[in-house]
Design a protein around this ligand. Structure first.
Ligand code: PEP
Length: 251
């Protein structure tokens, strides 16, 4: 049985004061023993603060990005997977569409990041998804398959037990336009099928999150789909009441 995961991607939002207020409100709203996995993803500079503020809470922390190089080295401005593990992260978002589009991250580079995250003992959340133009051209499944294939090309199935995939149609991110539960389920089932071609065991266990304008009002219906194992939540994760309602919907 796959446990559901609700992940809150705060993107480049927040300040020490704002994060302290948000986490205080979140801790007040969430049950002390939630029946789903919950994680928040602050900017890297606030990971340590967030970890301290969440001490004793079941909410885990994760990073929004990571360097694709293993180990240490002369990579000015970068943060390694080992550093993220050292500071107490459990998850790392890899290949978010904003990074693919704005920072030119290729599927091959994203796969290298997945490898670094796994090698550091952390759980990568691999983001995949099509643009509006891709969907209109009927290329959704092709695009998603290409993005996932890069990971299969680099890593054997035996190393992918901790991989989490997030299907995030680019046209639904931050736009208020959500994929319908049926549209999302179709792609989630396709992704699980791709994994099943390599390993039925991995396919049965891998968690596939949906992301793209998830909010309290649509979360329960999305999460009730057979192949949707939780959500990657952007904007709504900055509001404690909204985010905790999404977590409750996942329960
Ligand atoms: C995201 O950034 O991953 C995301 C899904 O954002 P939003 O929920 O705001 O659409």
């Amino acid at each position: 049985m796959r446990s559901k995961l609700v992940a809150g991607n705060w993107k480049m939002h927040g300040s020490r004061a704002a994060i302290s207020d948000l986490l205080a409100a979140l801790k007040a709203e969430l049950p002390s023993e939630p029946r789903v996995d919950i994680a928040v993803f602050p900017s890297a500079v606030y990971l340590a603060d967030t970890r301290s503020l969440l001490s004793g809470s079941p909410v885990a922390i994760g990073a929004q990005n990571v360097c694709e190089k293993p180990g240490e080295g002369a990579y000015t401005g970068e943060v390694s997977a080992q550093m993220l593990a050292d500071i107490g992260c459990r998850y790392v978002i890899v290949g978010h569409s904003e990074r693919r589009a704005m920072y030119g991250e290729s599927s091959e580079l994203v796969a290298s990041k997945v490898k670094c995250v796994l090698d550091a003992g952390l759980l990568p959340i691999l983001c995949v998804g099509e643009s509006e133009a891709d969907r209109d051209a009927g290329r959704t499944l092709e695009v998603v398959a290409e993005q996932i294939q890069a990971v299969f090309d680099l890593l054997p199935v035996s190393e992918l037990a901790s991989l989490i995939v997030a299907y995030e149609p680019v046209w639904a991110i931050g736009t208020g336009k959500t994929a319908t539960p049926a549209q999302a389920q179709e792609v989630h089932a396709f992704i699980r099928g791709l994994v099943a071609e390599r390993s039925t065991e991995l396919a049965a266990g891998i968690r596939i999150l949906y992301g793209g304008s998830v909010k309290a009002a649509n979360a329960a219906e999305l999460f009730s789909q057979a192949d949707i194992d939780g959500g990657l939540v952007g904007g709504a994760s900055l509001n404690a009441q909204e985010f905790s309602a999404i977590c409750r919907a996942a329960e």
